[in-house]
Design a binder for this molecule. Structure first.
Ligand SMILES: NC(=O)c1ccc[n+]([C@@H]2O[C@H](COP(=O)([O-])OP(=O)(O)OC[C@H]3O[C@@H](n4cnc5c(N)ncnc54)[C@H](OP(=O)(O)O)[C@@H]3O)[C@@H](O)[C@H]2O)c1
Length: 397
């Protein structure tokens, strides 16, 4: 759906309630339970939200918001506004398999839109293995409190901006990974909902030539692909072997290595049925891992980029003095592992390659999955057999 159409549907709904804290304390509000949230939604008077600068937005009736008084005193950062939204969302209240996922058409989210954040009407969401690992409780020690609305990746339309937001205005189409660190300070209310809040620095304008569904699959995977290549010191003329070339990250490592970093040769592994797909991405040597052992090839590579967790074998395929990037599983020296950082700057840097078609977003052909098929989409992602990205689209109102 285009930004204008999305703004139209938002205008028609106009059921948002919000409140602004008067306290100037910089500490965060106390955690709110789902039950207590319902007390935050009593409307008192109407407010018309004026568009700041968007010409698109001026073509539509203003969004009508109802101010609500906070029923309990709670501090907030200066200028931040906290509001409770009733929205359609997927969430879980306990860790576990796909079955812990629940859908609520009136999930109440206490958004605190910080000065540097924008609120997005979500148009599409990309799923990542980290969403599944988080839901299974693998990051319990550092995770946000339950209940959790999952979702790192998003593409959508800006519907509200914080007071310090400089680059974006209402109506802008953007995309990004909403968690700056993949395993720390995770947002409790992620992107698998009608709305999500995200810091300005984590997003970028959506390339005009790609759809919301295509854009939503990119952020975390392309940021990982780029950061790994940079950390490996990849540069023009070098060769690379990508383990797991057909996956969300691997399919982008191949394309970035070739189109952005100037690789002299790209080799990649996949199962038999995906070798043609690898070649279509620009792979010079497609290796069928069900038939060949890449570590036994006489040829060695400047960089091996392991997205599947074969660290021990990966190091046998690298040249002396080369680098081995490991995303998952055990690390054998000289391999190194890193955890991706979300950066809007990286997306902006790569936007011209997406706009020119040199780098292509790959949405798994089994998708996009509609919003009511999130469980099916996760179950498919968790088979470990996806080609490119598993994407949720559309997100209905
Ligand atoms: N450290 C970080 O910051 C970071 C960031 C992003 C992702 N990750 C991790 O990296 C891993 C990959 O993520 P992803 O999003 O790319 O996953 P994905 O899209 O689910 O990967 C699926 C792909 O993996 C391929 N594959 C599975 N086993 C393989 C093998 N033995 N050899 C070659 N290909 C194989 C499959 O191809 P076939 O069907 O042909 O087997 C499939 O196309 C996950 O564990 C994820 O959590 C880490």
């Amino acid at each position: 759906m285009e930004a204008t159409a999305i703004l139209n549907t938002i205008t028609a709904a106009s059921t948002t309630t919000f409140a602004t804290y008067s306290s100037k304390s910089s500490s965060s509000p106390p955690p709110l339970s789902l039950t207590s949230l319902s007390s935050l939604t009593k409307p008192t008077r109407k407010l018309t939200l004026q568009s700041r600068t968007s010409a698109i937005y001026r073509n539509y009736s203003p969004i009508s918001l109802r101010i609500t008084a906070m029923s309990r005193a709670a501090p907030a950062s200066v200028g931040a506004s906290t509001f409770s939204k009733e929205l359609k969302a997927w969430f879980y209240e306990e860790y576990g398999g796909v079955d812990v996922l629940k859908f609520d058409s009136k999930f109440k989210v206490p958004y605190e839109l910080k000065d540097d954040q924008v609120l997005l009407k979500v148009a599409a969401v990309g799923l990542n293995p980290v969403d599944s690992k988080r839901r299974m409780g693998k990051f319990k020690a550092t995770d946000s409190p339950l209940p959790t609305v999952p979702g790192y990746d998003v593409a959508g339309v800006v519907i509200k901006v914080g007071s310090q937001v400089k680059e974006y205005k209402v109506g802008d189409e953007v995309y990004g990974n909403i968690n700056e660190k993949a395993l720390e300070d995770l947002k409790q209310f992620g992107s698998l909902a009608e709305y999500t809040a995200v810091e300005e620095k984590l997003i970028a304008p959506k390339p005009k030539n790609i759809s919301f569904a295509e854009a939503a699959g990119l952020p975390l995977a392309i940021e990982t692909a780029y950061e790994g290549l940079e950390r490996a010191g990849f540069s023009p003329g070098k060769s690379i072997l990508v383990l797991g070339g057909a996956g969300g990250v691997g399919s982008l490592v191949i394309q970035l290595a070739k189109q952005v970093f100037g690789a002299s040769k790209v080799a990649a592994t996949a199962s038999t049925g995906k070798l043609e797909f690898l070649r279509s991405l620009g792979v010079d040597l497609a290796i069928d891992y069900t038939k060949e052992k890449y570590e036994e090839l006489p040829e060695k590579f400047d960089v091996v980029y392991d997205t599947v967790g074969e660290g021990e074998r990966a190091v046998k395929a690298v040249k002396e003095g080369g680098s081995v990037v490991v995303l998952t599983g055990p690390v054998t020296p000289p391999g190194f592992r890193f955890v991706v950082t979300s950066k809007g700057e990286v997306l902006k840097k790569l936007n011209p390659y997406l706009e020119s078609g040199k780098v292509k977003p790959i949405v798994d052909p089994k998708g996009p999955f509609p919003f009511d098929k999130v469980k099916e989409a996760f179950a498919y992602l968790e088979t470990g057999r996806a080609t490119g990205k598993v994407v949720i689209h559309p997100i209905p109102r």
